[in-house]
Design a protein around this ligand. Structure first.
Ligand code: GCV
Length: 752
């Protein structure tokens, strides 16, 4: 759901909030006294010097480095190794010749290693990008081998080794194979050519400014390094709401400069394209995918791109969605549209990511059978099997749009003869826009681990296995994350939000990792290994999604945010009586969308039968998705024993309290983390504590007025003059809070 432009539509509350937090952060920066201040730019690749005691075990590391090949990615790997070892251990590895690999860390592909040491073999076959770290005797000398099936895998092996050192893991007798779960591990950037980023909260684009590719692409190269360090192998550089101009010959020449800075890090570049390009910029009078001149146009355009960018990855396509033109213009299917482009890419090895985010945003809200959630399945299930093998259907994790809680999209089980990838959102569009703490790995894990029960009782078929192509034996598939990093020094606007980018990469590599393991790794690498820091940040991050959910979107009602504007402030009334289809159907008697097969929209019937059964029945439907699937009276009693209305009141109060607790938890870390990041994060958490109360009071008062049912603890429905700001806020936040609360409640008065 969206406004025509996310930038135009931001309401006064957001402007106020942004101005406030900006001012707070500037003050924080000015008073920062830390000599060792850190702006967060180095993220998890800080390579801080280990203490002498922690460094001791690594004295046994070889003192040379041997590079077995000459590819650019291998050179990058060696440079990274030298840099990491020098910074963390204060040692200079001396490059030495492959002919005398003594006392060396040896870097090379398996084929290259076998020239040197034919008998050294990994315990299992290495897949593309998988690597093997092995302490081995080569020509009688103790060595540490970093090898892989391909050069990029060697680079990944180097990053893994350095991560182990940073986290003080032992390396003696190491013998470890790591393989990626799926071949597709990509990020999308929603960058516009004018330098703005749609739903980006970390500053302007690192790629574009004023309609051109930036002249200085240093940050783009640094981004590729970050991506490679977590195993991400592709990046789509421009908004899925694509400007046709990206396919102009002169622009492709510019884009090739970005590919040049990605290449040493093994990151493939791809672009989003507008399906109507053959007509709107190509000079044809049609973009009908079945028209031969259109196919020829795509073929020539793609050939032109590969002449400039030989390792180009492919295209992302958003069509027939939110006002974008698509195959429906000519009565054609998504498969017709995807295939015409896929056939142009095929000879070069490129792929098409065709997004399943296709829906009608002019739905008649008066018709209780209408349901936006059904759109992806309705549009794509009928054409399962009609897509070429180099097409991947890119499916958002939930059927609506990255809400704070949604069930998984039924389409994951609805495509059996078509490649698929899950699209997750790293940028926190609906989850606090990086001003609220919301670690999304637990959310994503719930989605990826969800068992679709495709074969009923013949073993689990979780979403992660479906998207990786493991269930239906598809040749390609995997994970796409919408990242939207920007020019802000710390990439996403908030140092803590970078845990989401790190977590996305780690899950895309291995979705079986636990959220606890991921946050422990990230915190160690980002802030060091002080036990108090590790424990406190892990607790805050791991709880943050539930906290955010509890004051913004309880019981699966969706994010009760301003969906017509900034997707950030409370605005539950904006969901209703319009065609966007993010309805929660709250009225004076009850709340929730009836999506049952029996009496509702029938959406639940899109799931495999075991899942359908789970959600269709009130008896088995989980509380946290109740309002997504069912319309119930406010007095309906949950499995927890509470009524729906009391749960909503309680969860908002509890959530706001817990958001305030984040402030006190963080304060225990003063002096344990550098002052610059300490103050930046503190300012954000204080702001969040205030805005959580705004959310609490806005939603509780709104639902109280609708339902007329009192809070059994007497907290809700007080006049503005009696509203009490939470204790413990600093003076600025207190003032901000009271002004915002007054504004918000005045706004709510309109709905009396
Ligand atoms: C890039 C939502 C967002 C839009 C986004 C769209 C999409 O509607 O609000 O900004 O557009 O999803 O994923 O295509």
């Amino acid at each position: 759901m969206k406004s025509t432009s996310p930038f135009r539509a931001v309401r006064r509350f957001a402007v106020f909030g942004a101005a406030f937090i900006g001012a707070t952060l500037i003050c924080a920066a000015l008073v920062s006294q830390s000599a060792a201040a850190e702006d967060g730019a180095e993220v998890w690749l800080r390579y801080s010097a280990l203490s002498p005691q922690a460094a001791k075990p690594y004295q046994r590391l070889p003192s040379h480095s041997v590079l077995l090949g000459d590819a650019a990615v291998l050179h990058t790997a060696q440079q990274e190794l030298l840099r990491g070892v020098a910074q963390m251990l204060g040692r200079t590895l001396r490059p030495s010749a492959a002919s005398s690999p003594q006392d060396a860390i040896i870097l090379g592909t398996l084929a290259q290693l076998h020239v040197l040491a034919p008998a050294v073999n990994p315990p299992q076959e290495l897949r593309s990008d998988g690597y093997w770290l092995k302490a081995a005797k080569i020509h009688g000398s103790k060595c540490l081998v970093i090898t892989a099936a391909n050069e990029r895998g060697v680079l990944y092996g180097v990053f893994a080794l350095l991560s182990k050192i940073a986290r003080e893991e032992g390396l003696s007798n190491i013998d470890e194979v790591q393989q990626p779960y799926a071949p597709i591990r990509w990020v999308n950037q929603w960058d516009n050519l004018d330098g703005r980023i749609e739903r980006g909260y970390g500053g302007p684009s690192i790629f574009f400014a004023d309609g051109n590719v930036r002249s200085d692409l240093t940050r783009a190269g640094e981004y590729a390094r970050l991506l490679a360090s977590i195993g991400i192998n592709g990046c789509t550089i421009n908004n899925v709401n694509a400007a046709p101009g990206v396919l102009e010959e002169s622009f492709i020449a510019q884009v090739s400069r970005i590919a040049d800075v990605f290449r040493p890090w093994g990151v493939q570049l791809s672009m989003s394209v507008d399906l109507s390009s053959p007509k709107v910029m190509g000079g044809l009078d049609t973009f009908d995918p079945l028209d031969p001149p259109v196919a020829e146009w795509w073929r020539k355009k793609v050939d032109e791109i590969y002449r400039r960018i030989p390792d180009f990855g492919g295209f992302v396509v958003k069509a027939d969605s939110e006002g974008r033109l698509g195959p429906s213009t000519y009565g054609r299917t998504p498969a017709d549209a995807a295939n015409v482009i896929a056939r142009a890419l095929k000879p070069h090895g490129g792929v098409v990511f065709y997004r399943a985010f296709v829906y009608n945003h002019h739905l008649d809200w008066r018709d209780p059978k209408n349901d936006r959630a059904k759109a992806a399945y309705d549009n794509f299930h009928p054409v399962d099997g009609a897509f070429d093998d180099n097409v991947i259907i890119q499916i958002k994790n939930g059927p609506i749009d990255f809400q704070v809680r949604e069930p998984v999209s039924p389409l994951f089980a609805g495509l059996r003869r078509t490649n698929e990838a899950v699209e997750l959102q790293i940028t926190q569009e609906y989850t606090g826009q990086q001003r609220h703490l919301c670690f999304l790995v637990p959310t994503w894990k719930e989605a990826l681990d969800f068992d679709m029960r495709v074969y009923f009782d013949a073993g689990p078929t979780p979403v992660k296995a479906l998207v990786a192509g493991r269930v239906f034996h598809r040749p390609v598939g995997g994970f796409v994350g919408v990242a939207n990093v920007g020019m802000d020094a710390n990439w996403l606007g908030s140092p803590l939000a970078m845990a989401n980018l790190y977590g996305f990469g780690r899950l895309a590599w291995n979705p079986d990792l636990s959220a606890e393991k991921i946050i422990d790794e990230w915190t160690s690498l980002t802030f060091g290994r002080d036990p108090l820091v590790l424990k406190t940040i892990a607790s805050m991050q791991l709880n943050s999604w539930h906290v955010y959910e509890s004051y913004t979107g309880p019981l699966g009602a969706g994010t009760l945010t301003n969906i017509l504007g900034n997707h950030y402030d409370p605005g539950p009334e904006s969901s209703e009586e319009n065609g966007w289809g993010q309805w929660h159907r709250a009225d004076h008697a009850g709340i929730g969308m009836d999506r049952t097969v029996a009496t509702g929209t029938g959406y639940i019937g899109q799931y495999p039968s075991a899942v359908e059964k789970l959600y269709e029945s009130l008896a088995s439907c989980p509380d946290n998705l109740l309002l997504f699937f069912h319309h119930v009276p406010y007095t309906y009693v949950l499995h927890s024993g509470k009524t729906v209305i009391q749960h909503i009141y309680d969860s908002h109060y509890d959530g706001a309290d817990r958001a305030r607790d984040f402030v006190s938890q963080w304060k225990t870390l003063e002096g344990h983390v550098d002052a610059e990041r300490y103050r930046d994060i503190l300012a954000r958490l204080e702001y969040q504590a205030g805005q959580a109360v705004v959310w609490r009071d806005a939603i509780c008062n709104w639902i109280y007025r609708l339902s007329g049912i009192a809070d059994d603890q007497g907290r809700v429905g007080k006049p503005v003059s009696e509203a009490v700001p939470p204790a413990g806020l600093n003076a600025d936040v207190h003032n901000y809070f009271t002004s915002l609360l007054t504004l918000r409640l005045a706004h709510l008065d309109q709905f009396r």
